[in-house]
Design a binder for this molecule. Structure first.
Ligand code: ADP
Ligand code: F6P
Length: 324
């Protein structure tokens, strides 16, 4: 029979994402409803190693569901990637009476959670990243807010781009993943979408398409470029030189990672946080909460980390067809 859990911890790790606070709130209140104490671990694994650990009550998470960012702060921590760092983390958990931890973050954070689980600290991962690049789940906390923020910003750039009959290269976040770029490509009716997963660097093709679009009477060209491809400013200069069309670059940057979470992010993050806390209270460990094929579910951490995910080719094709 599973050992009765008395105290759990919660931390956020890696890049922050709008909705993380809703997940923290759900973890805290679900644990308390189960008669389990909660400790907040500040600044991810870095704060764990520094023993930045606070007691959390139901009121500690009042008035946060609508706030972007994470009240627990977040960090990246090189030391925790070493066996010594992980051992130290597990010992600190034992010292503070923490039987289990909910880790809200991305794949890197789940790798750390898997290591803690192997050292006897029960762990449950909750997918939190604006990039949507966690293979085991169709939803990650923050993507919906980020993509809506980017979409609204791109609409604004589009207005001025049309008025001046310009070409606009708009860079959205996503170092390795083009989900924000692809969704904005479709939602903003962009003429071109450059994804890290697909772009082969053939700028001449891009230039040819801009020239062809102008000949067909288009008044502007909106090109969504993912951060992973980058170089938007120099790309704009080269496009202007090659096409004669005035071209500007806009890099949206971290504004996509902040701001008040959408309804979807608040609700999904709340449900995932609650399910993660419940799993810990029921004695589970080494699992990741996911939303797959319309259902909330959970996976073994190592199995989840081995899963693969790619941009769906038909969606990329639809973005291209609709741009014509
Ligand atoms: P994300 O969780 O968003 O993927 P990172 O890849 O930056 O973000 O990982 C967040 C943190 O998780 C890292 O700073 C590190 O402390 C921890 N981490 C990443 N990879 C590992 C690993 N292989 N083993 C243990 N901890 C890891
Ligand atoms: O959170 C994901 C992400 O926003 C990526 O799209 C981006 O490449 C990365 O984080 C940037 O992180 P930071 O600027 O915090 O190092």
């Amino acid at each position: 029979m599973a050992k009765q859990v008395k105290t759990i911890g919660v931390l956020t790790s890696g890049g922050d994402a709008p909705g993380m606070n809703a997940a923290i709130r759900a973890v805290v209140r679900t644990a308390i409803a189960n008669g389990v104490k909660v400790k907040g671990i500040m600044r991810g694994y870095a704060g764990l190693l520094q023993e930045e650990i606070i007691d959390m009550e139901s009121t500690s998470v009042s008035n946060i569901i609508f706030r972007g960012g994470t009240i627990l702060y977040t960090a990246r921590c090189q030391e925790f990637t070493t066996p010594e760092g992980q051992q130290a983390g597990a010992e600190i958990c034992r010292k503070h009476g923490i039987d289990g931890i909910v880790v809200i973050g991305g794949d890197g954070s789940f790798r750390g959670a898997g290591k803690l689980a192997a050292l006897g600290v029960n762990t449950i991962g909750v997918p939190g990243t604006i990039d949507l690049d966690i293979a085991c789940t169709d939803y990650t906390i923050g993507f919906d807010t980020a993509v809506n923020t980017a979409m609204e910003a791109i609409d604004r750039v589009r207005d001025t781009s049309t008025s001046h009959e310009r070409c606009s290269i708009i860079e959205v976040m996503g170092r390795n993943a083009g989900y924000i770029a692809l969704w904005c490509g479709i939602a903003n009716g962009a003429e071109d979408v450059l994804l890290p997963e697909r772009y082969d660097g053939d700028e001449q093709q891009l230039i040819n398409r801009i020239i062809a679009n102008r000949k067909r009477g288009k008044k502007h060209n909106i090109i969504i470029n993912a951060e992973g491809i980058g170089h938007s400013t120099s790309m704009a200069r080269r496009i202007e030189a090659a096409t004669g069309v005035e071209t500007r670059a806009t890099i949206l940057g971290h504004m996509q990672r902040g701001g008040t979470p959408t309804c979807k992010d608040r609700v999904y993050a709340s449900i995932m946080g609650a399910k993660a806390a419940q799993l810990l209270c029921d004695g589970a460990s080494n699992r990741v909460v996911a939303y797959k094929n319309g259902q909330y579910t959970d996976f073994d951490i190592q199995e989840a980390l081995q899963m693969k995910k790619d941009i769906q080719e038909d969606q990329f094709e639809i973005a291209r067809i609709l741009a014509l």
